[in-house]
Design a protein around this ligand. Structure first.
Ligand code: BGC
Length: 703
């Protein structure tokens, strides 16, 4: 071979599969074993002899950051996942993915540990803000877009945390006991779609157990479903330290390619990590594993290494990508479209900038920066415009900001949660649904002094409002809206933008209304019923949970998660799934379905007219739900199967068309282990929220 001639695996012109095999054939067993676990928290190991560099990763779900890039400087801070999902704008999710990937690239990272696509099962889950929604359809549509966006830039996405990682309390041990039907219909669709529709290059196995088996060694999830059924071609990595209780041989055989973070100082000496080369070697020597098992897992990792071009020269251009002006614009747009106008009595909003003279802005979240904190999704933001700052910039030279509530024309009260323990915070769940007492008091006192009050809720999950909402004319759910959040909020308050966000989760009135809180067995998992005293049931204290916590959590509600639960049990939510007010109004008309009788094979289309009947430009999210009228099994009253976000000028109208497939009418049949569409009557429901259905039409499915 000539001195400069490339080896096959180094040759970019050759097929990736060929390069993978070539590289694999050159690795010694020792080198292979070393590649199966990471180093330095966010890197894989390098192999100098073959010129293989470390593959580097970074969090996370709303901006490049977390512990991975603590020293890499400041990055863009985007609205959190729940806010992005509340836009119901697929295009924005794709653009967000592109932006994440570009920023990752700018600091030499090849894998972005996002999106987080666990279902929001309980409002108490500390990581809800990192997740998208309670609904599997909305979840999958947006997850696919984020993954496509990220991977379009040659950066790997990582769908996490596979699967049913729905609470932070006891997260390293909890055993999510779920029926196959609930897994298929609720918890897995987004993961399945990121594999089948977006060809996601990596998946992160969760901390928890699912039906007894830990995520990292769960054969059913990792082999039978992910690889065999969905044809996953990427690799699986563990969540960080998720292998602490797992078995080496089982993990290898389940197809866990990479243990993260591997041998870092944080691991206690006597607790050798799962893929320690010595452990792997012993398992091989004793015949529990064969080299082909190792090769199988490693090939997947190598494939992704080639896909992200790990041998190619990287053009690291900080100025171009990181915090680029277009990312700031995107962050503002997502925030504008993701904030949800929950209540607006007597059209208090929007405020007229030419009429208002004095405004007061108060509350613990008015000036609080939210980018850093909360756990691994924390972002070291270049800047963050708080609600106070955003309003101040907007009011400049026009409206006076004063501290007296009584003397102001209107007051803006910024309350909610934050990223401290027991709020929106990784590794801990919230303890209750209500706002802290002092915040409720602040709201009440403020409204007493001046009824023109707007409550701004900054949180990643719902809060209870019954104690104060009737006294307040206007409420905006502003989430954690990223570095431009304050600007977007001011845009909405002063009507530069008509709100178009819709809730991607149901807001319950009280915790016990919520599906996971029917009993303590279903959350947080309770050990000994006999020891429980009546007063304990309110679960006010974390110590109480620790005392009684049991690892098993029974997903007793089955498929009735989110609005499915509220609908079937006839519970009035505080704000329903899909709810969100606008400054304009929309009329739905002329529903027509391409056929009355649907067969089991062919797609059919549904069309309607949407008209902006108000006097402002605005966007509406048209939501399509289906209802199975006659069924052999219990099914939800309605299930989201389509949505479109449409921007209309005043008096403008548009014809909107949806295409549905018979599969959209199906349920997962546990007996036949397959999806089933039963003949009979179905209803197509179109509306502005899950409880504001404007048009309905029946169809029949033939045998
Ligand atoms: C989290 C993951 C994250 C990882 C790396 C874990 O604690 O669960 O979501 O990607 O840390 O920071």
């Amino acid at each position: 071979m000539e001195r400069n001639e490339k080896l096959a695996y180094q040759d970019e012109n050759l097929e990736i599969e060929f390069r993978v095999k070539d590289l694999l054939s050159r690795l010694t067993l020792e080198e292979k074993l070393s590649l199966l676990s990471g180093k330095k928290l966010f890197w894989t190991k390098s192999i100098k002899r073959l010129g293989i560099p470390s593959l580097k990763m970074t969090d996370g779900p709303h901006g490049i950051g977390g512990f991975a890039v603590r020293f890499a400087g400041k990055m863009s801070y985007f609205p959190v996942a729940t806010c992005r999902t509340a836009t119901w704008n697929t295009h924005l999710s794709e653009q967000f993915g592109v932006a994440l990937a570009k920023e990752a690239k700018s600091i030499g990272r090849s894998i972005v540990l996002a999106p987080g696509i666990n279902i929001q099962r309980t409002p108490l889950c500390g990581r809800n803000f990192e997740y998208q929604t309670e609904d599997p359809f909305l979840n999958k549509i947006l997850a696919v877009k984020v993954v496509k966006g990220i991977q379009s830039q040659g950066i790997a996405a990582c769908a996490k945390h596979y699967a049913a990682n729905n609470q932070e309390f006891n997260r390293f041990k909890v055993n999510s006991k779920i029926s196959e039907r609930a897994l298929r219909e609720i918890y897995l669709p987004a993961f399945e779609a990121t594999v089948k529709e977006a060809n996601v290059w990596s998946v992160m196995a969760c901390y928890n157990r699912i039906n007894e088996e830990y995520g990292c060694e769960n054969h059913d999830l990792l082999v039978d479903k992910l690889v065999k059924e969905w044809d996953f071609r990427g690799f699986v990595m563990s969540d960080w330290f998720a292998t602490r209780f797992t078995n080496t041989v089982k993990c290898i055989k389940a197809g866990l390619s990479l243990e993260m973070p591997g041998n870092v100082k944080m691991i206690p000496k006597n607790q050798a990590f799962c893929y320690h080369p010595k452990k792997l070697k012993r398992a091989l020597d004793m015949g529990f594993l064969e080299e082909r098992h190792i090769d199988n897992n490693l090939m997947r990792l190598l494939r992704v290494m080639f896909l992200v071009g790990f041998l190619e020269e990287r053009n690291i251009d900080f100025e171009k990508y990181r915090n680029a002006p277009e990312h700031q614009i995107l962050a503002r747009k997502i925030a504008q479209e993701g904030m949800v106008l929950l209540k607006n009595e007597c059209d208090l909003l929007p405020l007229n900038i030419n009429e208002i003279k004095k405004i007061s802005i108060l509350g613990p979240n008015a000036k609080k920066k939210m980018a850093s904190g909360g756990g691994s999704s924390s972002v070291n933001a270049l800047y963050e415009i708080t609600p106070y700052k955003g309003l101040k910039l907007k009011c400049k030279g026009k409206i006076k900001i004063i501290s007296s509530v009584e003397k102001s024309d209107v007051s803006v009260i910024c309350v909610g949660l934050n990223h401290k323990k027991f709020n929106d915070y990784e590794n801990k769940d919230r303890l209750y649904l209500e706002l802290p007492l002092e915040q409720e008091q602040l709201i009440k006192e403020t409204v007493k002094k001046n009824p023109n009050a707007i409550v701004i809720l900054i949180s990643g999950s719902p809060v209870a409002m019954d104690n104060w909402i009737n006294e307040v004319p206007a409420v905006i759910q502003a989430w954690y809206a990223g570095m431009e959040g304050g600007m977007a909020l001011a845009d909405i308050i002063f009507g530069d933008v008509s709100p178009s966000g819709k809730l991607p989760i149901t807001f319950p009135r009280k915790l016990s209304d919520s599906p996971a809180h029917a009993s303590l067995l279903s959350y947080p998992g309770i050990k000994d019923w006999n020891k429980l005293k009546e007063g304990d049931l309110s679960i006010k204290k974390d110590e109480f949970r620790i005392k009684y916590a049991y690892d098993d959590v029974l997903y007793e509600e089955g498929i009735f998660v989110g609005y499915r639960h509220f609908d079937i049990n006839n519970i009035e939510p505080l704000f329903c799934f899909g709810h969100g007010l606008s400054y304009t109004t929309f009329e739905y008309s002329n529903l027509s379905i391409s056929r009355e009788v649907i067969n089991q094979k062919d797609a059919f289309s549904i069309s309607l007219d949407l008209c902006n009947t108000g006097n402002r430009r605005g966007a509406e999210v048209v939501q399509l739900y289906v209802q199975d009228v006659e069924s052999s099994v219990q099914r939800p009253i309605k299930e989201l199967k389509g949505f479109q976000k449409i921007m209309l000028e005043p008096s403008e109208y548009k014809k909107i068309t949806f295409e549905l497939h018979p599969a959209d009418l199906s349920f997962y049949d546990e007996n036949s282990k397959s999806w089933k569409v039963e003949p009979g009557e179905f209803k197509i429901l179109l509306g502005s929220s899950s409880r504001d259905i404007r048009l309905t039409e029946a169809i029949k499915v033939s045998d």
